[in-house]
Design a protein around this ligand. Structure first.
Ligand code: PLP
Length: 472
């Protein structure tokens, strides 16, 4: 056994790697024949609680354990009938990029190497997509939760130590914004939720009134968060109107566009994000509607100086050089929380280069068309009821039956979701719309087709009828 962790037999390593690559491709080609989701059996959970391995094992044995206990129980989001939450499906090009990034094992906190330039290029492509100026800064993140946090922290810094800060968003805002306010030390009670109808955008007049009330009470409004594609229904706040309001009121305007911002990639949906380029900051994901493998999001800042002011530091052990491996300033570590950073940019770079924006945009448009078709089908089905408008790619609906009260309908729809998931047929998630439990189908997957939606509807109807029989 050598002292290094490298194999003594590289050919054996190569064979294991090749076999693993073959298995990945086989999985992709068989995806449709697999269940959309399957529960993790108890014996598998037990196998994943064994103690710390003190001695190693051959790589083939570790790979065999992975193949048996881990690979068969994925989240399900690669499958065309996974409609839960907001999950990207991944792509073959993204898988290749992940392998190559692991091979390079780059640390993209900073310094002078190619991965830094790849991330700069990807950030530049996103700037171009959303119409941000070339002077704007940006950084890839683990997702929009992190992007929202970085934006809230930068907005707080820009408020220069003011007390009693208050922030504003539609009542449909994602919870990560409240969490960001909490983590930033401002507190989630500082978040004023402007009541907003399901599937609709925030009313700027109501926002303006609330800001005036807060100012009159001695609070210090500092931030408005506009949502581009709300998590529950895919609703858009009127971004352009909010940008105007924020510039008049001198407030930081952040847009949470986790998935909805990517409507910008589809020419027929781009009108939904009008005004997005006027945001002070914009957070969105590449792992949702762009299907880059998890986890990668991005946050852009109009004012690179304000961005850096919130996060930059330069201890002696990280002295930036004019030349050599420590050059390349400014470093990405100056634009976020992390010093050690993975090479997230490569999977986005592969995705955008290989598929191109036009094809990715067409895939986004197709999922919206599928959502409209699903909404129409549900509207025609007497046992089903749409619970919110469908402005984008999210359909909220429920099974209904005469004679059941709201509590019974809630319980029944919760049970339907679990039933359909556990059958392996499809994966809807659930949420609450105007107080009522909804089945939620978020159509993100580039593999989903009309037939998949028909299967989902039939599965919901069958589960609903069976549960109804049990209860009556
Ligand atoms: C509107 C919105 N904001 C924020 C998030 C959080 O994003 P992430 O899961 O990438 O942290 C989501 C997730 O679905 C979302 O839909």
């Amino acid at each position: 056994m050598s002292d290094s962790l490298d194999p003594t037999d590289w050919e054996s390593y190569r064979r294991t790697l090749h076999a693993a690559v073959d298995d990945v491709v086989d999985d992709l080609t068989r995806l449709r024949d697999e269940p959309a989701w399957r529960p993790v059996p108890d014996e598998v959970k037990a196998a994943l609680t064994t103690p710390l391995p003190r001695e190693g094992e051959p790589l083939e044995a570790t790979y065999a354990a992975f193949a048996e206990t881990i690979r068969p129980y994925p989240t399900g989001n690669a499958h065309p009938r996974f409609f839960g939450w907001v999950h990207g499906a991944g792509t073959p090009a993204g898988i290749l990029a992940e392998l190559l990034a692991a091979g390079m094992n780059a640390n993209v906190g900073g310094r002078e190497h190619a991965a830094v330039y790849v991330e700069r290029q990807v950030v530049g492509w996103f700037r171009e997509l959303f119409g941000f100026p070339t002077s704007a800064s940006g950084i890839l993140t683990s997702g929009t939760s992190m992007g929202n946090l970085l934006a809230v922290v930068a907005a707080r810094e820009a408020a220069r130590g003011e007390a009693r800060l208050t922030a504003y968003a539609s009542s449909a805002v994602h919870d990560s914004v409240a969490k960001a306010l909490r983590i930033a030390g401002i507190g989630s009670t500082a978040l004023r939720l402007i009541p907003t109808e399901p599937g609709r955008g925030m009313n700027p007049a109501a926002l303006r009134d609330r800001i005036a009330t807060d100012r009159a009470e001695g609070n210090h409004p500092f931030l408005v968060v506009g949502t581009a594609g709300s998590v529950d229904t895919g609703a858009f706040d009127p971004l352009d109107a909010l940008a105007t309001l924020c510039s008049e009121e001198q407030l930081w305007f952040h847009v949470d566009g986790a998935f909805g911002a990517l409507a910008a990639a589809s020419p027929e949906h781009a009108y939904l994000v009008e005004g997005i380029a006027r945001a002070d900051s914009l957070a969105f994901d590449a792992h949702k509607w762009l299907h880059a493998p998890y986890a990668v999001g991005c946050v852009l800042f109009h004012d690179a100086g304000a961005h850096r002011a919130a996060f930059a530091s330069s201890p002696a052990y990280l002295t930036r050089g004019e030349r050599g491996a420590a050059a390349g300033a400014p470093w990405f570590a100056d634009y976020g929380l992390e010093l050690s950073r993975e090479f997230r940019a490569l999977k986005v770079w592969f995705t955008l280069r290989h598929y191109g924006l036009a094809r990715l945009g067409a895939s986004i448009a197709r999922t919206c068309a599928l959502a409209s078709a699903l909404a129409e089908r549900i509207a025609r089905e007497p046992e089903l009821e749409l619970l919110a408008p469908v402005p984008l790619n999210v359909v909220c609906f429920r099974y209904r039956a005469a004679g059941l009260d709201e509590a019974a309908l809630d319980a029944m729809n919760e049970a339907i979701a679990v039933e359909v998931q556990e059958s392996g047929t499809a994966v809807p998630s659930t949420t609450r719309i105007a107080g009522r439990r909804a089945l939620r189908a978020c159509i993100v997957n580039h593999r989903t087709n009309e037939e998949d939606l028909a299967v989902l509807v039939e599965a919901v109807l069958a589960a609903g009828r069976a549960l109804l029989k049990e209860t009556t």
